[in-house]
Write a protein that binds this ligand. Structure first.
Ligand SMILES: [Zn+2]
Length: 306
């Protein structure tokens, strides 16, 4: 009897001595703002993830800040798309996040995966979705299909529940609510884009084919390829010819890319320049960023093409 009481007293003393952090949610890091937003949505009520890529930076080329390195060292969980997109993170995950569970969302089961489009000018319906496609050729901008994001919500909730079983029910309920929100948003976007379907447009960087395919619109070409490389003069000349042949089109640039390039391409080719933001660079990071970024894409397309 006395021994039991002593054991309990000891256990209580140990419990009180633990830092309060152990009672909070796990330390979670996310690579880019759209991923961070989905993770933040699933973590609502449990904590906030740390975002690595600051607004306005390119996900294809980046260098970590010291605060990011510290966050990776503390992390229990890290979410990223994968090495095809965030090559800059690959080494740091091995060296800094050795103690964390790293979730590569590009590998989530069931995703729509599209091959990188080739050339400056796209053939009509060039989209090829083949599960056995070489991993090296997959377009990494996977989050721009909200159906992919819904699958990521499941993967995120499962990983969080594994790291923090006490809040399993919260994570699963948040993910389920978020999936329903994305379904409603997709229906809203389909209505918004219906009047401009079939109108030609060109993009500065080939980031949007997941969004295009999901919502039945299609870019006629891209100045820069989808893997983040810079376009050469021959490619720029081809896209200018394409714009001239199409007549007045919208040329969509991105906040994180040099606007001078868009001006060069548009000059004399008769294109209107507008903005498409695939990362939510102009939006405050958090749970609302991802739906607001999809809504923003639909608004920009409808405004410029309408
Ligand atoms: Zn990109």
């Amino acid at each position: 009897m006395r021994r039991t009481a002593l054991t309990w007293a000891l256990a209580l003393a140990l419990l009180l001595a633990l830092p309060p952090r152990l009672f909070a949610g796990p330390e979670v890091v996310a690579s880019i703002a759209p991923v961070h937003s989905l993770v933040a949505r699933v973590m609502q009520g449990a904590g906030r993830p740390h975002l690595l890529l600051p607004p306005g930076a390119s996900p294809h080329h980046h260098a970590l800040r010291p605060s990011d390195a510290a966050a990776l060292e503390r992390a229990a969980l890290v979410f990223w798309v994968g090495p095809r997109l965030e090559r800059w993170l690959t080494r740091s995950l091995t060296t800094l996040a050795a103690g964390a569970r790293v979730v590569r969302l590009a590998d989530a089961p069931g995703l729509t995966r599209l091959a990188l489009r080739q050339g400056a000018v796209f053939a009509a319906h060039e989209h090829a979705s083949e599960p056995d496609h070489d991993e090296a050729e997959i377009d990494p901008h996977l989050w721009l299909d909200p159906d992919n994001a819904k699958l990521w919500l499941d993967a995120i909730a499962a990983a969080l529940a594994g790291a923090d079983p006490a809040r399993r029910a919260l994570y699963l309920a948040n993910a389920e609510a978020a999936r329903a929100e994305l379904d409603a948003l997709a229906a809203e976007i389909e209505v918004r884009l219906a009047p401009v379907r079939g109108r030609p447009f060109v993009v500065l960087h080939d980031s949007f084919q997941y969004f295009e395919r999901r919502f039945g619109i299609e870019a006629a070409g891209a100045v820069a390829p989808g893997d983040g490389r810079a376009p050469g003069p021959a490619r720029i000349a081809r896209i200018r010819d394409r714009i001239r042949a199409l007549g007045p089109v919208c040329l969509f640039r991105e906040p994180q890319l040099r606007s001078a390039l868009a001006a060069t391409v548009a000059a004399g080719a008769g294109a209107r320049i507008a903005l498409l933001d695939p990362l939510g660079a102009g939006l405050p990071p958090g749970p609302d960023l991802y739906p607001d970024l999809l809504r923003g894409l639909a608004d920009s397309l409808a405004d410029c093409l309408g």
